[in-house]
Design a protein around this ligand. Structure first.
Ligand code: XMP
Length: 516
């Protein structure tokens, strides 16, 4: 276990991911955690992350210097590097020389940390203060034009640090720097593999649920709930029942794919609830986005509760369904401030926010995983690539991709257009370059067109392909023109009601990924 101490910047999660990419398990802890508590976890190493730009800023977070005397290897990055210099008796000065963004560094003496890395390379910096003298016993490894000490190490003490952000993509050789620290200085072993993750989780779930416990899981069609269910199925077999609510707002073939491929791959007991009519009736006449979302959420809960009651009734006498499987990921856990292992149900965005009074104990097999790890576990468990590599699809489905009232007819139009766009994206081999690709029907807008010899008066669709790392921010994807052309030609030819195709070129912010 490697602990990443979070000093409040955006970087801790990225560092934790990079550590795992080096096949060493990592967890994030807040800087406010007492050092004794960190050490009780018996970490093999501790990484101090970036943070505010100056250790002299009023209220800047700090860390008890006892951390440097515990005999545990420590690596400091950026702000963490300065805290380390300060805590170990070096000098940090506000030299007035600031470095932001791409900065060339010169490696003077590579030592262990920078071994084999080119003596001139570019890294990503973000700091105001500089370390001007390394602590005693530390060797200076690198400098920049304005920073006399940009990297140092004390190998016998297991300590090292760099002024830059090795975890970001823009820092050349960053992953190697991190690996040199983890493997060669801290002596961490490379045991965190996808095979181990799956096995460990299966064992843990088996223990949690016990030998006769029963669980249910709401499947959304997305990768998270599918992988969570697959893990639990491996742990407890058919004591797990999955519920899939088909609200009629799914994309083309989505429900069939879950019924067919998911069940074939996992052997899970699946209850599919056909609730299309119920949802469309409830949505009739509604155009306001928030109202649509509320209605869909409410109907979802009703349907899920009814299905759950049925499953309870059919459970063997003397047993109850006590566990609810959720696909919560590590970023959700970190963002909500950690929290204990299991608790009573809280709202879950993937299944539309289940109510507080469903009294279940939660089973969350993905609580320690990042999205990319979830996909790898899914592959390991034999889930088909169509599920594992699926783009995120929101709970309210196509209901929030029809601008205007949602009707069966409009859904069918959108389903056709969406299926063509997806097919062409796949054909171009671009699925994994794109984070998400909503296709939006402007159902209340019409425009004039000409097709064959006749005038048309049809609807526009909007293509909204985006790139992103976490959906918090996004950029519009620069799809090749020929791919866009094929999408446009096919959609206008094959979907009679659509006579115009447009591309959304708005980043997030200011636009959101979805239109509603
Ligand atoms: P926006 O549109 O706000 O969305 O940029 C960010 C990400 O969240 C997804 N999204 C949802 N997912 N239930 C979900 O499960 C929802 O109600 C919901 N609304 C938005 C959206 O598709 C994108 O990936």
């Amino acid at each position: 276990l490697v602990l990443v101490v979070d000093f409040g910047a955006q970087y801790a999660q990225l560092i934790a991911r990079r550590v795992r990419e080096a096949r060493v398990y990592s967890e994030i802890v807040p800087h406010s955690m007492p050092v004794e508590e960190m050490l009780e976890k018996q970490p093999k190493a501790i990484i101090l992350s970036g943070g505010p730009s100056s250790v002299y800023e009023p209220g800047a977070p700090t860390i008890d210097a006892a951390i440097f005397r515990a005999g545990t290897p420590v690596f400091g990055m950026c702000y963490g590097f300065q805290l380390m210099a300060q805590g170990l008796g070096g000098t940090v000065a506000a030299t007035g020389a600031r470095e932001y963004g791409r900065t060339p560094v010169t490696v003077g003496h590579a030592g262990t940390l920078l071994g084999g890395i080119p003596s001139q390379h570019n890294v990503w910096m973000s700091h105001g203060d500089s370390v001007t003298a390394a602590p005693e016993g530390f060797e200076v490894l690198a400098t920049t034009e304005s920073t006399p000490v940009a990297a140092f190490e004390n190998v016998p003490a297991g300590m090292a640090g760099v002024q830059w952000h090795p975890e970001v993509l823009h820092s050349e050789h960053g992953q190697r720097v991190l690996e040199h620290f983890l493997w060669d200085i801290a002596g961490c072993r490379q045991t965190w593999t996808i095979g181990n993750i799956a096995e460990e989780q299966i064992d843990r779930i088996r223990e949690q649920i016990g030998t006769d416990g029963r669980a249910i899981c709401g499947l959304s069609g997305g990768v998270d709930s599918a992988v969570a269910a697959a893990i639990v199925q491996k742990a407890i077999g058919d004591r797990l029942t999955c519920v899939y609510v088909d609200h009629g707002l799914m994309r083309k073939d989505e429900t069939e794919q879950i019924e067919r491929d998911f069940v074939a791959a996992t052997g899970t007991r699946l209850v599919v609830v056909d609730a299309e009519k119920q949802f469309l009736d409830a949505l009739a006449g509604v155009t306001d986005p928030e109202t649509k979302r509320k209605i869909i959420g409410r109907e979802f809960i009703r349907t899920f509760e009814a299905a759950e009651a049925d499953i309870m009734k059919s459970a063997p006498a003397g047993t109850t369904v006590k566990f609810l499987v959720q696909g919560t990921l590590y970023p959700d856990v970190v963002e909500s401030g950690g929290g204990a292992g299991t608790s009573n149900i809280k709202s879950h965005h993937n299944v539309g926010g289940l109510p507080e009074d469903l009294e279940f104990e939660l089973v969350e097999p993905l609580r320690t995983l990042f999205k990319d790890e979830v996909r790898l576990v899914g592959e390991q468990l034999g889930l088909p690539p169509e599920i594992v590599w699926r783009h995120p699809f929101p709970g309210p489905g196509l209901g929030i991709r029809i601008i205007g009232e949602v009707t069966r007819e409009r859904l069918d139009i959108l389903r056709e257009a969406d299926a063509i766009a997806r097919e062409e994206l796949t054909r171009a081999g671009l699925d994994r370059d794109i984070w998400q690709f909503p296709v939006v029907l402007l159902a209340d807008v019409r425009s004039v067109g000409v097709q064959g010899d006749g005038r048309t008066y049809g609807h526009p669709v909007v293509l909204r392909p985006v790139t992103s790392e976490d959906a918090m921010t996004a950029d519009w994807a620069r799809l090749p023109y020929d791919v866009l052309e094929r999408m446009s030609t096919r959609i206008t030819n094959e979907v009679r009601e659509v006579n115009r195709v447009t591309v959304d070129i708005t980043s997030k912010p200011p636009g959101t990924i979805e239109w509603e």
